[in-house]
Design a protein around this ligand. Structure first.
Ligand SMILES: Nc1ccc(Br)nc1
Length: 459
């Protein structure tokens, strides 16, 4: 107890010295609940991941866009009862406007395309890596923000668009060392559900609510799913047929269930074409038909897909699908076909961590420039400016340090070479350069005098 009390007293004294109260720092040093700080090391990994997203987008000739994180709340008001719209990080701003931090990017994309009116030449292939938000209750302890790579094709009705999106997903996975043995992509079509609803005379306006309900199947089980469908005024027979259709394991079985219904036939044709294109692209081993995939967004109208880890330990890695009616919902005078996917930054990071695929990333400092003393600082910064003008990353020691302290600083910032700017060499127009990457002991480092180089030969 005495030890604990002494420790607490020391911490309180330290905090007080920093302007904090005896209880601790003056302010909380934690980010808001459910959000993350990205310190330099985490930021390097995030930048690495986003660079892989951007490289894949570049290879598929997608172009980047962005928009405010804040949107009018009405952009997300949908009647489907989706979780995403029930967890909006929304508020009334000081103008009395109902606004929300964006929970997803697709509505923003639709708004931007609509804002261009007839001036936009379709199809467009756009991507973005927005931070998206949800207001989770603290008890659930889940995150409230993530970054989500979005890739969308607007203006193409054929399955060629979905095939390109899947090419993008699989190309990204390959680019970070994930294989089809690690990850698969389940593919289904909501047109099957649409066909079943039509077969049972269920009104189209129930389609979105039915999709949101059946997306819960994995979590709530078949009986409760049937009950929720019954609550949504779907007949018991239709509800059981819908739930039965979700457990089919082949397109052939599906064919038997829905027979020759025109909407279902369209779904079958599209899926067969998609699987043929997948083989031609070379990612056929990544995708599999799975009738249980519905995805939780109300606005999907056709093909839907989701990436999953084959060990079944993680949540869905990414997901997407076709949403041909969203732009009409927002007021487009014509039907504008569209499809896209979202790829969050969290689950993929868990997968890469588990597979040992995260690179070890260090800062890239080419030179650490060290003035011998205060008088030599004028010349040291001249050397630094010359090196920087040549494109090098240069860290100038801000305080005059002894050589051993300079070395430990250079190690800490991962400097590749040290440049000492000292009077003797400077009088001869030179500086002394030491390679810091050589495997040597501290003593050898200190003993090593490096090489003397004319400043002009540094670059
Ligand atoms: N839609 C959404 C937003 C933020 C997080 Br974290 N997850 C899902």
């Amino acid at each position: 107890l005495k030890k604990e009390a002494a420790k607490a007293a020391k911490a309180a004294k330290k905090a007080e010295a920093k302007g904090g109260t005896p209880a601790g720092p003056a302010i909380s040093t934690e980010p808001p609940s459910g959000t993350r700080d990205f310190f330099p090391a985490e930021m390097r990994t995030r930048n690495w991941l986003f660079a892989k997203f951007r490289e894949t987008a570049r290879q598929l000739a997608f172009v980047e866009y962005d928009a405010p994180v804040l949107e009018a709340e009405q952009l997300y008001v949908r009647k489907g009862g989706e979780e995403i719209t029930q967890q909006m990080y929304n508020f009334t701003d000081k103008d009395g406007k109902a606004v929300s931090l964006r929970p997803e990017m697709t509505p923003t994309l639709a708004r931007m395309i609509l804002s261009l009116g007839g001036k936009v030449l379709l199809p467009v292939k756009w991507f973005s890596i927005p931070q998206c938000w949800r207001f989770e209750t603290v008890q659930r302890g889940r995150k409230r923000e993530h970054f989500q790579w979005n890739m969308d094709i607007v203006g193409e009705a054929s399955i060629a668009a979905e095939a390109e999106l899947l090419a993008g997903v699989t190309s990204f996975f390959k680019s970070v060392g994930v294989t089809s043995a690690d990850v698969g992509i389940k593919v289904n079509s909501r047109k099957v559900l649409a066909a079943i609803l039509k077969m049972y005379g269920i009104d189209d306006d129930k389609f979105e609510a039915v999709c949101v309900i059946v997306d819960k199947l994995d979590k709530i089980g078949p009986d409760e799913t049937v009950q929720l469908l019954r609550d949504a005024q779907v007949s018991d027979e239709a509800a059981r047929k819908i739930v039965a259709s979700l457990s089919l394991r082949s397109i052939g079985e599906l064919q038997e269930l829905v027979g020759e219904h025109p909407v279902a036939a369209d779904a079958m044709r599209e899926m067969k074409e998609l699987f043929a294109l997948a083989e031609a692209y070379g990612f056929g081993d990544w995708i599999l038909f799975d009738a249980s995939v519905v995805r939780g967004l109300a606005y999907y109208t056709g093909i839907v897909f989701e990436g999953f880890d084959r060990k079944g330990e993680l949540r869905a890695i990414c997901g997407g699908g076709r949403y041909d009616k969203l732009l009409s919902l927002y007021g487009s005078p014509t039907v504008v076909p569209a499809c896209g996917f979202g790829f969050g930054d969290c689950v993929i990071m868990e997968l890469l961590q588990e597979k040992g695929l995260l690179p070890h990333l260090e800062p890239e400092v080419d030179f650490v420039v060290c003035p011998f003393n205060a008088e030599m600082r004028l010349h040291a910064v001249q050397v630094a400016a010359t090196l920087r003008a040549a494109g090098y990353a240069v860290d100038v020691l801000l305080a005059n340090k002894r050589a051993d302290k300079a070395f430990s600083y250079a190690d800490r910032v991962s400097g590749r070479r040290m440049v000492f700017v000292a009077p003797d060499e400077w009088d001869k127009g030179s500086v002394r350069v030491k390679d810091l990457r050589l495997e040597r002991s501290e003593e050898e480092k200190l003993a090593d005098r490096g090489i003397e180089l004319p400043v002009a030969e540094l670059v």
